[in-house]
Design a protein around this ligand. Structure first.
Ligand SMILES: Cc1cc2nc3c(=O)[nH]c(=O)nc-3n(C[C@H](O)[C@H](O)[C@H](O)COP(=O)(O)OP(=O)(O)OC[C@H]3O[C@@H](n4cnc5c(N)ncnc54)[C@H](O)[C@@H]3O)c2cc1C
Ligand code: FES
Length: 580
């Protein structure tokens, strides 16, 4: 389905895709432009399986295509600004041509030394940068996207705008503009791929951006890298057209693209209802929302009252989503999970199973063109863990939580963690954590002892308490069994990148109790370009169960640089200069 984006038309950009010419809106992501032209299968794996957009946020690497002869371009992150020729990437696609000069050594790269370096320009990072600036510290903020705002404030990507902006986008725009006006140096499109301990700085940070490599040695580091969606392996979860709910949301909110006319969303939590509502409003036929939590009954009144007392506006939003979906006759199937997906001549056939506790019972099959899976989030704490910050495993939410002081300081001197990267908190709490840590970081440098800032901090602390109360009531409303590997079959890939199935893991475990590292060596699980982000939590749970041991920080893969795939050629470019 291809609704015309607001104000579209005049200057569409041609994309030649395998002998077809498609027209993209300026600023649209390549993935959205291809999806608008009906192309969802973007990459072919070594076993011949097709893949398409899954994460929609640059992590999974399933959307890799060849653009103007250059392989391994992430279609979800690449913006269309000029005509291009695009081809599907296969395992036979040659690697990029080697560059002629040797890489720079680290010493060739001048280290920039801001007082405060913030990594991540979402709710938490923007608030931290603004607070540090208000306290008169020098601030540099890095974000890997072209547009700041992160996931909650997701900004419209089309150059001519996306028509009506919703409240989240309007608030986000105001915050981004406030940071830009504050005097903070903002570097968008800058991937931080390494964080190393340093003796005379908070950390040694390595990053790449479009025109070269960057190196930072800040006095204080604030990590605000957010979260990504959990992967729940079910049969068919790697098929083109099956993606995270967040990816579906990005298609519409950032690029005004519906990747298919019939959409089914399954998962746990309010984001699924919000995205289903937004897509239904945009004209998609939402065939069902399968929520694994039970339907809220009289027992939910206490949680609802708590939420109303702390943030009535968000409760009103939730009610609006539910009423909007019901009035459009969208079935809201509580206690249901996606149990499998298959391709058919009439799109995707999705099997939904009813839950009784953790057991799946009666099933039903529904047809859709696109499936969104939103089973919660995992913190993006790789940089913090690389730096050696201590973490604790939170069994209730199935996540690693960064050990911190109330001001956000981690166990590593001069390093702060704010927002979802330190443990899932939601956008409101992320904002307040950012403000508190931004002020604390500046204060630790002898800045920001202004009386007015004491008031700002006190209000932020009060709002943080309320936001945390809201989140805990919200999640008690959506309490549901958490699935890791339980819905997979023997032939279901657990590791998307290396195509390692549940059966292969079972076989590797048959002759003993190998540790995670050994399992990795035997099967290549977790060794692909997403660096185990999707399979590691599943594997950790799988092994803990097999070994009869509780999960802890050490049950997960240790993050290794680069935390994001970086082309050697990009590392070898000085800022502002290309080797070519
Ligand atoms: C896909 C997705 C969609 C969501 N949609 C909603 C929603 O609609 N409503 C809602 O209430 N909540 C939503 N959430 C949850 C909500 O986004 C978070 O609670 C909130 O955004 C947290 O703010 P944050 O600043 O911690 O993280 P984010 O907003 O995620 O910001 C983190 C930023 O850091 C950048 N970053 C990450 N790693 C690096 C790196 N290595 N180098 C440079 N930059 C980096 C990211 O690109 C991002 O811009 C969503 C979460 C996800 C993952
Ligand atoms: S969909 Fe592009 S990297 Fe995941």
């Amino acid at each position: 389905m291809r609704p015309a984006p607001g104000g579209a038309g005049a200057s569409r950009i041609p994309i030649v895709f395998e002998a077809r010419t498609l027209l993209a809106e300026p600023g649209q992501s390549l993935a959205a432009a291809l999806a608008a032209g009906g192309v969802l299968a973007l990459r072919q794996t070594a076993t011949g399986a097709m893949r398409g957009v899954f994460c929609g946020m640059g992590i999974c690497q399933d959307c890799l295509v060849v653009v103007d002869g250059v392989p391994s371009q992430r279609a979800c992150m690449l913006k269309v600004t000029a005509p291009m020729t695009v081809a599907r990437q296969t395992s036979a696609t040659p690697a990029p041509a080697a560059r002629s000069r040797p890489p720079l050594s680290l010493d060739d790269l001048v280290a920039e030394a801001p007082q405060v370096l913030v990594i991540g320009g979402g709710a938490a990072g923007l608030s931290a940068a603004l607070a540090s600036r208000r306290a008169r510290a020098e601030v540099v903020l890095l974000d890997d996207r072209a547009l700041l705002g992160g996931q909650y404030y997701k900004q419209p990507g089309l150059h001519h705008g996306c028509g009506h902006l919703d409240r989240q986008q309007v608030e986000g725009r105001a915050l981004v503009e406030a940071v830009e006006r504050s005097g903070a140096v903002v570097v968008a499109g800058c991937d931080v791929w390494g964080a190393f301990p340093a003796t005379d700085a908070a950390a040694e940070i390595l990053a790449t951006e479009h025109d070269g490599a960057r190196r930072f040695r800040p006095a204080r580091l604030i990590v605000a890298t957010g979260a990504y969606e959990r992967g729940v392996p079910v049969p068919g979860w790697t098929l083109p057209g099956v993606m995270t709910t967040g990816a579906l949301q990005t298609f519409w909110r950032s690029y005004r693209t519906l990747p298919g006319p019939r959409v089914l969303i399954g998962g746990n939590g309010p984001l699924n209802l919000q995205v289903a509502y937004e897509l239904a409003q945009a004209g998609a036929r939402v065939v069902a929302v399968a929520e694994s939590a039970p339907r809220p009954g009289p027992g939910a009144l206490r949680a609802l009252a708590g939420m109303l007392a702390t943030d009535p506006r968000l409760v009103r939003d939730g009610v609006r989503y539910c009423v909007g979906l019901v009035s459009r006759r969208v079935p809201l199937l509580y206690r249901h999970v996606i149990a499998g997906i298959e391709t058919t001549p009439d799109g995707l056939a999705v099997t939904l199973a009813r839950l009784r506790g953790r057991a799946t019972t009666e099933t039903r099959r529904l047809r859709a063109d696109v499936v969104g899976m939103g089973y919660g989030f995992q913190p993006s704490s790789e940089l913090l863990r690389m730096l050696g910050a201590a973490h604790d495993y939170d069994g209730a939410r199935g996540q690693l939580v960064t050990r911190r002081r109330p001001d956000g300081a981690t166990t590593v001197s001069a390093v702060y963690a704010v927002g979802d990267c330190g443990g899932l908190v939601g956008a409101r709490a992320a904002t307040e954590e950012g403000t508190i840590a931004g002020l604390a970081a500046a204060r630790s440098l002898g800045r920001g002892r202004l009386p007015s800032l004491a008031g700002v901090e006190a209000s932020s602390r009060r709002r943080l308490v309320r936001a945390r109360r809201f989140e805990s009531a919200l999640w008690s409303l959506f309490a549901a069994p958490r699935f890791e590997h339980e819905l997979s079959r023997t032939d279901t890939p657990i590791c998307r990148c290396e195509e390692v199935s549940r059966g292969q893991l079972d076989a590797a475990l048959a002759d003993g109790r190998p540790a995670l590292a050994e399992l990795k060596q035997r099967t290549r699980v977790g060794m692909g370009p997403c660096q185990g982000r999707y399979c590691a939590p599943v594997l950790a749970a799988f092994l803990a169960e097999r070994h009869g041991r509780p999960l802890d920080e050490f049950a997960f893969f240790a993050p290794r640089p680069p935390v994001k795939p970086v082309a050697i050629g990009d590392l070898a470019r000085r800022p502002g200069r290309s080797l070519d």
